[in-house]
Design a protein around this ligand. Structure first.
Ligand code: NIG
Ligand code: FE
Length: 411
């Protein structure tokens, strides 16, 4: 039986395009829209849309969107939404003058979260994550990538990935799972790193593959985490199980992480707070997306990635939240957009393209999500009355999401 939902009298239907592949350069500044429009959703998909002068009269459910805009849901392609508890004590330590890296070195940071996670039962972890997921869906997120990486033992990494699997099964949002066992070397292996990497490759990966728990593999490729040769070794091992890379790199150091990611055909390289011209050139000739996470440097009072240089070099740019307990305790994508505009010089249109279509592509979901097109998933959000598209990143503290619709159902 078909089930239809009609949204009519839409002031502006935003991001109306057929594209399935990432866009870059000048195309990023174009945001195709339809004024005074309607949108018909049927059985989890976008059935049709048009101008109000040919609006269908009937549907099972009708929403009046007078003065409101309709957007495709945000596609948040980089998060660590499954974690135990919180780390506000480290936030206060940083206010008092300690650096993020110094906190990590003394066994805080990621290892602090790992300790908490190991002692948290799977059901509790699931409940905490489910609440966060409901919160970000309320912010307009309809597709999300979630990483492991706070377990750092076989048992705890599997626990995290099983929680992600449960979230996938129970949610109308599209969820992708990434194995990030290479997030940090656990304290007990600091003097024998290769032993941890061996467990990751010989114990964790085979079990994860057997249970089909991950879509991607990630490595935190940084001086404080994993070296280039370790990254190489881990990505090669992941490839044997069909796991494509999405890499954390260039958050603090330029050490070849980007070139390594490209060599392994990574879907994306994420962070890029520090970036050289040579690295931008390497990305330009590759199929690897640049995913920027401006909430992390905001929260850590760090440099913002050179988004303009990437855009001017025609590199496809995606924006994501990096929601995690250490560097970004927030999954609010509209705030990510405000930072992209204010701190990285992106135009509102560029930021919206980066957080929708290119974000979808950074999760290989470009054929299903990221724009308003017939046949794509019925994952959209309706704004409160707003005067213009630019008002969204401009009014940075306001909650401008009125209704979220996932798979054609009001959430
Ligand atoms: O993407 N940089 C590595 N991982 C996370 C932060 C992890 C943490 O502090 O818990 C990030 O920023
Ligand atoms: Fe991250």
């Amino acid at each position: 039986m078909s089930n239809t939902l009609l949204i009519h009298n839409i002031k502006t239907l935003v991001q109306v395009r057929e594209n399935k592949a990432p866009i870059s350069g000048l195309a990023m500044a174009e945001l195709p829209c339809l004024e005074n429009a309607w949108l018909l959703l049927e059985n989890k998909k976008i059935k049709d849309f048009g101008k109000m002068d040919n609006c269908p009269e009937r549907a099972d459910q009708i929403i009046d969107a007078t003065d409101r805009m309709v957007f495709p849901c945000w596609c948040d392609s980089h998060t660590h939404l499954v974690f135990a508890g919180s780390r506000e004590a480290e936030f206060v330590d940083r206010i008092r003058g300690l650096s993020y890296e110094a906190i990590a070195k003394r066994g805080g940071g990621i290892l602090n979260s790992a300790q908490k996670l190991r002692s948290t039962p799977e059901d509790t972890l699931y409940e905490q994550a489910e609440r966060r997921l409901a919160e970000v869906i309320g912010f307009g997120t309809g597709a999300i990538e979630i990483k492991s990486g706070y377990g750092l033992t076989t048992e705890a990494e599997l626990k995290m990935l099983r929680v992600i699997r449960r979230l996938k099964d129970g949610s109308s949002a599209n969820i992708k799972a990434t194995f990030l066992g290479a997030h940090s070397i656990p304290m007990e292996y600091r003097q024998k790193r290769e032993a941890y990497i061996r467990i990751l490759i010989e114990e964790m990966l085979p079990q994860i593959a057997e249970e089909g728990l991950a879509d991607y593999i990630d490595v935190f490729c940084e001086k404080v985490a994993f070296s280039i040769s370790e990254t190489d070794q881990i990505l090669e091992a992941g490839a044997k199980y069909g796991l494509k890379p999405k890499i954390h790199t260039n958050q603090f150091n330029c050490m070849g992480g980007i070139q390594t990611a490209i060599k392994h055909n990574a879907i994306s390289v994420d962070h890029l707070e520090v970036l050289t011209t040579v690295e931008i050139e390497a990305l330009k000739g590759s199929s690897t997306l640049a995913t920027l996470l401006p909430s992390a440097p905001f929260f850590l009072s760090d440099h913002y990635p050179p988004a303009r240089k990437l855009l001017d070099a025609d590199v496809p740019v995606a924006l994501a939240s990096d929601y995690n307990p250490g560097s970004t305790p927030s999954g609010r994508m509209s705030f990510v957009l405000s930072l992209a505009c204010l701190k990285m010089g992106m135009l509102p249109e560029e930021a919206i393209n980066a957080a929708t279509l290119n974000g979808a592509c950074a999760m290989e979901l470009g054929t299903e999500l990221g724009s308003i097109a017939k046949g794509k998933s019925a994952n959209v959000w309706i704004s409160r009355p707003i005067p213009s598209i630019a008002y969204l990143p401009y009014a940075f503290g306001s909650d401008l999401v009125e209704k979220v619709i996932l798979e054609g159902k009001i959430q």
